[in-house]
Every structure is written in structure tokens, then in C-alpha cells.
Design a protein around this ligand. Structure first.
Ligand code: 6U4
Length: 155
């Protein structure tokens, strides 16, 4: 199963807006807003739509910050491969609100709750928050990370 997905981080006044995910893959973890790209949708529009659906705000000033691959094995068989386009946004319209999918919360950029996030996030999110574009590939077995690589993208 190959999946195309998005993640978006709104960064404003030295803080980043995360969600506590309430259901689906990674439920209970803090993460950016995001989800699956729909048929005939580009990744930018998917990132905007997911933000509106999950926390009720329209992000502005979107920047494409990189591509992450999450390969999840179940012993020797591939269970899923996720291609995730990552964006930042510098502003938004509306007021963040909770939905049945997500609870939005602001964190200082240097106080990200990595202990309550996906294992891979501490390896790449600080780079993105410092303005670097990246490519990363993370290999999991039953969603426990077994190897990783992270590269800056030359611009
Ligand atoms: N290892 C990982 N680290 C990370 O930071 N985010 C990950 C991740 N593996 C998956 N994700 C993110 C990417 C994407 O935004 C989201 C996909 O989860 P889901 O399939 O539950 O999506 P949703 O249910 O929110 O999407 P929809 O079905 O479109 O509503 O999880």
C-alpha cells in the first residue's frame, strides 16, 4: 500500500501549532496537521484542506519544506509506504478549534514535545523549523523505527 500524504506546521510568533491526534495512524501523538492527498488534488491544496478540516483555520504563506518516506514492514513484508510532503505556513485565517480528529495546541519552538511524538520527528522537525528543506527516509518494523537517513536539500 503506497500512500501520498501531507504534514503542515503553522509557525507564528516563535511558536508552532501542533495537534494532538485523536484517531487514525499516530492517535495520541502530537503532530502537524495533515492526512491523505485525494484523487485529482495537488499536495499544496491537500495540506490546506486538511488544516481547515482538522483545526478550522486556513493556512497562509505556505512553503514546501521537503519529502519524507516512511516504510513500514511487518517482519519481511511491506505493510505500507508513506510519501509525505511537508509544509510550513507563516500565518492563518480564523481561530484554531478542536475537531473530532484533532486538538490544536501551541508550543514554543524550543519546547516541542518529542517524547509524545513519532520516533522520527526529533530527527527532522528541528531542521524544518530552522528553515531547512529536507529529504528523509525512515524504515520501521511494526512502526518501531529501525533505520533512518535525513538529508538537506540543496537550493
Ligand atoms: N512516522 C511518522 N511521523 C510523522 O511525523 N508523521 C507521520 C508518520 N507516519 C504518518 N504520519 C502522518 C502523515 C499524515 O499526515 C498522517 C496520516 O495519518 P492518517 O492516515 O490517519 O491520516 P488521516 O486519517 O488524518 O487522513 P485522512 O484519512 O485523509 O483524514 O500521519
Amino acid at each position: 500500500m503506497i500512500l501520498l500524504e501531507t504534514l503542515l506546521y503553522i509557525i507564528k510568533n516563535g511558536k508552532v501549532l501542533l495537534i494532538r491526534k485523536k484517531r487514525g495512524l499516530g492517535a495520541g501523538y502530537f503532530n502537524g496537521v495533515g492526512g491523505k492527498v485525494e484523487d485529482n488534488e495537488d499536495v499544496n491544496n491537500a495540506a490546506i484542506r486538511e488544516c481547515i478540516e482538522e483545526i478550522g483555520v486556513k493556512p497562509r504563506g505556505l512553503k514546501w519544506m521537503g519529502l519524507l518516506e516512511f516504510w513500514n514492514y511487518d517482519n519481511n513484508a511491506i505493510e505500507s509506504i508513506h510519501f509525505v510532503h511537508v509544509f510550513t505556513a507563516s500565518d492563518y485565517n480564523g481561530e484554531p478549534r478542536e475537531s473530532d480528529e484533532a486538538e490544536p495546541l501551541w508550543f514554543n519552538i524550543n519546547e516541542i514535545p518529542f517524547n509524545s511524538m513519532w520516533e522520527d520527528d526529533s530527527l527532522w522537525l528541528p531542521l524544518i523549523l530552522s528553515g531547512r528543506r529536507i529529504y528523509g527516509r525512515f524504515i520501521f518494523n511494526k512502526w518501531r523505527m529501525i533505520s533512518h537517513e535525513v538529508h538537506s536539500i540543496c537550493t
